[in-house]
Design a protein around this ligand. Sequence first.
Ligand code: DSN
Length: 409
Amino acid sequence: MLRKTDLEIYRAIVAEQRKQRSVINLIASENYTSKAVLQAVGSVLTNKYAEGYPGHRCYGGCQYVDVVEALAVKRACQLFGAEHANVQPHAGSQANMAVYFAALKPGDRIMAMNLRAGGHLTHGREANFSGQLYRCCFYNVDRESELIDYEEVARIARRERPHLIICGASSYSRLIDFAAFSRIAREVGALLMADIAHISGLVVAGLHPSPVPWCEFVTSTTHKTLRGPRGGLVLCRQQYAQAIDSAVFPGLQGGPLLHVIAGKAVAFREAMKPEFIRYQRAVVANAARLSKEMAERGYRVVSGGTDNHLFLVDLRKSGLSGLEAERILESVGIVVNHNPIPYDPLPPAVTSGIRLGTAAVTTRGMTEADMVQIAEWIDVALKSRNHQRQLKELARKIRRFAHEFPVQA
Ligand code: DSN
């Protein structure tokens, strides 16, 4: 049908689908959803307006979408052991915004991990609404260990007296001690928010400590390790439920995307199954193996390894920037993103590092043995950067290899 009505869009979708099948995707924030999630997101629920919440909508005819949203909320609470969930945020940014709107007044102080140490744009960067509406201060990782230094976090918190402390990151490869953050927040009288967008799949599988017992607010996206549709989620204690719900609607969003919320509900149910725990274990094992193999080939892995689904490679010794490496790897069909390493001397648009993650390749069934092969190909590609014939030959091999691993569609 789409092919007949809009050939240009149809072709772009088919090309994207082909590309997704023929590359090795190591983007740490991406994954492949199940067919069931795709079906829910592609459903007629997109036709329905439903501003408000189940049972209290601004529109008639909401009886079926109410079922969908109520199920998504119930499953999110069950999955994370949370007292309240709001499943309406269109993305992680809106989930974070909802917490700020619920917990802060403009001009209040927030404290978060520096973006260049592994934090996130919406955790107070000046280019983002969060840095414009609130006064922000940041903690880094330790220069030597490249780990969060909780003593240093406490010192900054005592000095700055933030209203809200944010923990959680987009490129930090080690366990986050939510209990330690909670002790610091209590001491300085701050509220605590964990953004677990990257690690939420590991958290529900019990492979990373849960922030839920320690934080007033937990936010996440639903499409990274959690393997749902692209979207956001807020979990909170019951005492903040009303404030969070009002912050999302009418505070910052209008009509919820019920087709996406249906996809979230399906993904939450999938995440309750034993297969999901096995999958997350494989993700972590693959990341550990890939980082070890990179280190054995002479690449410095930031903090010396990984406890989760991702890690950063410092490329300075190879004479390549992150951006150059990203381009070389893409030319052979290995997709990664350039990423600052802690205290990176190069600007964010260039960087000295790349970030590698294993959530997507593990969904396709790749194992530790495949990680050895992938590390070898990354090394060969980066070393053959001036040899077009070798790169072309490598690209052919990688395409053949990728096609052995199916993608749901
Ligand atoms: N863009 C996400 C990531 O790649 O980590 C964060 O928003």
